[in-house]
Design a protein around this ligand. Structure first.
Ligand code: NAP
Length: 317
């Protein structure tokens, strides 16, 4: 089996930046960009439109275009990119073993950059084979412009910045946008909350949940529940969007690394070192707080530098 000095798992801003740095340090990294699992290759920016806060792009840049630039830069310095999902890793032996769907590689260091995936709720009617992707989505920015949502009442579930951002985005398409929140106060930042509350096309349904989604070929209605009174009401609906946070993509690690209660990889503060020597983590998979492309890229750089130092300390040249 081939042994690499650095194997990077994940292809968002964190993974590609780690690859750029590792490749420029002549470590000939191999990067698994993923295929189907977790997010798509390129990570969450592939399903974003304009990115206006990534430094260096004063006029903004499209998410997929930005990721293509990251990828080209990583390849330019000799990163070998494999389009496969990782099925498992063995971090109990050294070198580590990384198993893709068809390729198996030994690695002296592993950089985990698998990001996070939008969470879904188990509402009746929302599952695959029911109305999932037939009016139910976990990404307004990716799906909101689809014809089925035009001039329809749309519902966003959640009360954080994502819910508000998605609701504002959806006002371009829907007849009216309802934010369905389980409490009587938004978690979103003050400025975002004010934008939602002032928006003429947005209404917040406080202390509420959606109990059931129904329709024919596509979504037609939701059963809304007031969580205080317990009363339910069927309302017309053309779309339901989950905006209830993200789940880190760490399932394939099978508990070999220390994570927090919800699965984010724990790293040594001020570094990208995980609980296993030689394994580093960067980007959203270890960051429940900032979750920005630029912070992910910064931590990808840190991971490559940490891996390079570790290899040099172990005399693996
Ligand atoms: P978040 O802040 O964790 O908010 C998740 C929301 O979903 C909360 O309001 C939560 O309700 C609700 N929720 C969670 N589980 C639920 C369940 N089972 N049923 C019903 N509701 C549920 O997640 P986020 O909005 O994705 O934001 C994550 C981070 O990214 C934050 O730091 C945020 O500031 C940042 N962000 C920033 C921007 C921006 O500045 N433009 C945009 C997007 C995200 P409770 O409030 O009751 O817990």
């Amino acid at each position: 089996m081939e042994t690499k000095k650095v194997v990077i798992i994940g292809s968002g801003p964190a993974g590609y930046t780690a690859a750029i740095y590792a490749a420029r340090a002549n470590l000939a990294p191999l990067l698994f960009e993923g295929f189907m699992s977790g997010g798509s290759p390129g990570g969450q920016l592939m399903t974003t439109t304009d990115v206006e806060n990534y430094p260096g792009f004063p006029d903004g840049v499209l998410g997929p275009e930005l990721m293509d630039l990251f990828k080209r830069q990583a390849e330019r310095f000799g990163t070998h990119i494999v389009s496969e999902d990782i099925e498992s890793v063995d971090l109990k032996r050294s070198p580590f073993i990384v198993r893709g769907s068809s390729k198996q590689i030994a690695a002296h260091t592993v950089i985990l950059a698998t990001g996070a995936t939008a969470k879904r709720l188990e509402i009746e009617g929302s599952r695959d084979g029911e109305f999932w992707q037939k009016g139910v989505s976990a990404c307004a920015v990716c799906d909101g412009a689809a014809p089925i949502f035009r001039n329809q009442p749309l519902y966003v579930i959640g009360g954080g910045d994502s819910a508000v951002e998605e609701a504002i985005f959806l006002t371009k398409y829907g007849s009216r946008v309802y934010i369905v929140h389980r409490r009587d106060q938004l978690r979103a930042s003050k400025i975002m909350a004010e934008r939602a509350m002032k928006h003429p096309k947005i209404e917040i349904l406080w202390n509420s949940s959606i109990e059931k989604i129904s329709g024919d070929q596509v979504v037609r209605a939701v059963l809304l529940k007031n969580l205080e009174s317990g009363e339910t009401e069927e309302r017309e609906a053309g779309g339901i969007f989950f905006a209830i946070g993200h789940q880190p993509n760490t399932g394939f690690l099978l508990g070999q690394l220390e994570t927090n209660q919800v699965g984010y990889i724990i790293i040594e503060p001020g570094s990208t070192k995980t609980s296993i020597e030689g394994v580093f983590a960067c980007g959203d998979v270890q960051d429940p707080t900032y979750r920005q492309a630029v912070t992910a890229a910064g931590s990808g750089c840190m991971a490559a530098l940490d891996a390079e130092r570790w290899l040099s300390e172990k005399g693996i040249e």
